[in-house]
Write a protein that binds this ligand. Sequence first.
Ligand code: E4P
Length: 227
Amino acid sequence: MQYFLDSADVDIIRTALECWPLDGVTTNPAILARDLPEGQTVAAQLDAIRSLTGSRLLFAQVTSSDTKGMIRDAIKLADFLGDNTSIKIPATPDGFAAMKQLAADGLSITATAVYSTSQALLAAKCGVDYAAPYISHLDNLSLDGPQVAADMAEELRFHGLTQTQILAASFRTAAQVERCIHSGVTAVTVTADMLTTLATHGGTAKECANFDAKWNVRFGKGIAEMI
Ligand code: E4P
C-alpha cells in the first residue's frame, strides 16, 4: 500500500513528510498554480519539493496537450527532477501515444485524469506504472468513484497487467479513501488534512481520555518523570 501527499506547498510537504509514513508527493498543473508563492519560479518550487522528497517518489505533470509537446515536457521534467520521478500524462489520445514512447524509453509514467476502465487498460498496455482516477470528479458525474477505481484494479489483475497500479486521487471523504483501499486499490494520494482525518478516531480519543483520567488520579505526573 502506498500513500502519497497531494500538494505543491513546501511547508505542508515538509511537515507531512516528517509526520506521516509517506511514499512521495504528487503535483499537477492546477496544484502548482495554486501553491506557488508570488515571486517564486516553478523551477525553484519543483527543486525545493525534490529536495524535500529525497528518494521518495515525486510526480510532476506535462502541460502540453499534443504528443510531441508532452514528450518534450516529460524529458525535460525527468532530467530536471532526476531519479524517483514519475511523469504524469493525461489519458487523452495524444497522451497515450506519449506514454507508449516514454515508457518504452524507460521513464516512469503515470496516466492521469483516468475516468474509465478502458483508459486504465490502454495506459497499462502502454507500460505506465500508475493510472490515476479522480474519485470525487467521478462522483460529481453521478458515477461511483470508488467502484470505478475498484473495477480498474480488478481489470488490471484479471488481464495480468500487474506492473500498473491504480493511484486513486481527488478525495473529499475518508469513506471514499477506505472504499478504494478495501477494494484493491494499492496507492492513494491525499491532502495533509485527509491524512489527519484517516488517522483520527473518536474511539481512540475516548480511550486516551480514560488513560489520562485513571493515571492522573493515581500519580498526578507524567511517566517520564517517574522512571
Ligand atoms: C492527483 O494527482 C490529482 O491531481 C488530484 O488529486 C486532483 O484533486 P482535485 O479533486 O483537488 O482536483
